[in-house]
Ligand binder design. Structure first.
Ligand SMILES: Nc1ncnc2c1ncn2[C@@H]1O[C@H](COP(=O)(O)OP(=O)(O)OP(=O)(O)O)[C@@H](O)[C@H]1O
Length: 380
């Protein structure tokens, strides 16, 4: 099942007089993985809760399958909510139920499936997250990483078209986070669902998503292809990606502009961004990630809107083949560039006839990731 597009327009949310964010507009592309970043307290969790209709915004719309969640009836909202799977921070498992019953819970609540069907579905989802054999364990008897994976199996059990992850990496060590990130990419390859991940983990933001958004100063400061944020020269982005004190983000709120500018000037040499890391690819043996191909078409169409560093990074991420479809920097039109692709095998000016790969996988220089069967390793 392919994930669905989520179109958010002009969304504004306040609690009483306290405005959390205003005029948030973004589209989660179907089946792609998006990450939402932002300093603590900027309302990322509130955004997730608003998306699934648990909180009502004052303004704006959230359109899924032609239905505006903000304005639809309660019964329609109930139906639309079934399209969502949510992984809460702690997995949100029932402490007194074993993993099987926890994962079976949404099926027993929302469907009329027989116990035999439920057993098969639960077994399938537990296998997907590497928990086969742990059905009888209680949440209190397993590690935090396993609880996250059990929560993920439960989020998957109704075959959702959209999966929301609220800080999936919180409380996990870097190694478990790396396993979980690989699992997220593999699940995306298996399900082709639309993913939105809220995280503070810079490595997750650098290596997992196709798109990144940043909530800052009560607005969505940015949302676009991962390379757009990861190469952005905005001070707030540099501060966030480098985890520094110097910059516009303060301890409890944003600093005033004068103080931030003073600090930035003093720490001028710290302005740079960390090197761009390659995006994780699905593990070997996994289905091809369909989102990679769709995203490539989509990014091609919007290339001219992106800043030059982002364009360069995208081109580089596709390696030699990137020259095949990116508008060249020499003023040649896209049509001419396409002709050059046809004639020269993709490198304007190159006359050889090396074979071309129309949809090469995003390059990933990391060692081959673990297979599903290994995911439970080391968690006990
Ligand atoms: N139900 C509520 N009623 C009133 N205020 C709320 C409610 N839920 C959240 N808030 C406020 O909204 C703001 C944003 O909270 P939220 O948890 O979404 O931030 P966040 O960006 O997810 O933070 P963190 O990164 O620390 O998890 C906070 O000031 C919080 O106190």
């Amino acid at each position: 099942m392919t994930g669905v597009e989520v179109k958010v327009e002009g969304l504004t949310k306040s609690f009483g007089p306290a405005n959390i964010w205003s005029d948030v507009t973004l589209t989660l592309p179907p089946g792609e993985v998006s990450v939402l970043l932002g300093p603590s307290g900027t309302g990322k969790s509130v955004f997730l809760k608003t998306l699934i209709g648990l909180l009502k915004p004052e303004k704006g719309s959230i359109v899924i399958h032609d239905t505006d969640l903000v304005r639809c009836s309660e019964s329609k909202l109930y139906e639309i909510r079934k399209l969502f799977g949510v992984l809460f921070q702690d997995g949100a498992l029932f402490g007194s139920m074993n993993l099987f019953d926890n994962i079976a819970f949404p099926l027993r609540e929302h469907t009329r499936k027989s116990e035999t069907e439920i057993r098969d579905i639960v077994a399938e989802k537990m296998e997907m997250v590497g928990l086969t054999g742990d059905e009888g364990k209680l949440p209190g008897e397993i590690s935090g990483g396993m609880r996250k994976r059990a929560g993920l199996a439960r989020a998957l059990v109704l075959d959702p078209e959209i999966i929301l992850f609220d800080e999936p990496d919180s409380g996990l060590d870097p190694v478990r986070t790396a396993y979980l990130n690989q699992l997220i990419i593999d699940l995306n390859a298996m399900t082709d669902s639309t993913f939105l991940i809220v995280t503070h983990d810079i490595n997750t933001a650098q290596t997992v998503p196709d798109n990144i958004g940043l909530l800052y100063r009560k607005h969505l400061a940015m949302f676009g292809p991962r390379e757009q944020l990861l190469t952005s020269e905005e001070p707030v982005v540099a501060q966030f990606l480098n985890g520094r004190r110097e910059g516009p983000i303060g301890m409890s709120e944003e600093k005033d502009t004068a103080q931030a500018e003073r600090e930035m000037a003093e720490a001028g040499e710290l302005q740079g961004l960390p090197p761009l890391k390659p995006q994780l690819a699905a593990s070997s043996g996994m289905p091809d990630r369909q989102a990679v191909h769709r995203r490539r078409e989509r990014v091609e169409a919007m290339m001219h809107e992106l800043p030059e560093p982002a364009q360069r990074a995208i081109r580089e991420s596709y390696g030699d083949a990137g020259a095949q479809w990116m508008p060249p920097n020499d003023g040649t039109t896209r049509e001419v560039a396409r002709e050059q692709v046809a004639v020269t095998g993709g490198r304007p000016g190159a006359g050889d006839d090396r074979p071309t790969d129309i949809h090469p996988r995003i390059t990933d220089s990391t060692p081959p990731p673990p297979g599903r069967h290994q995911l439970s390793g080391g968690d006990e």
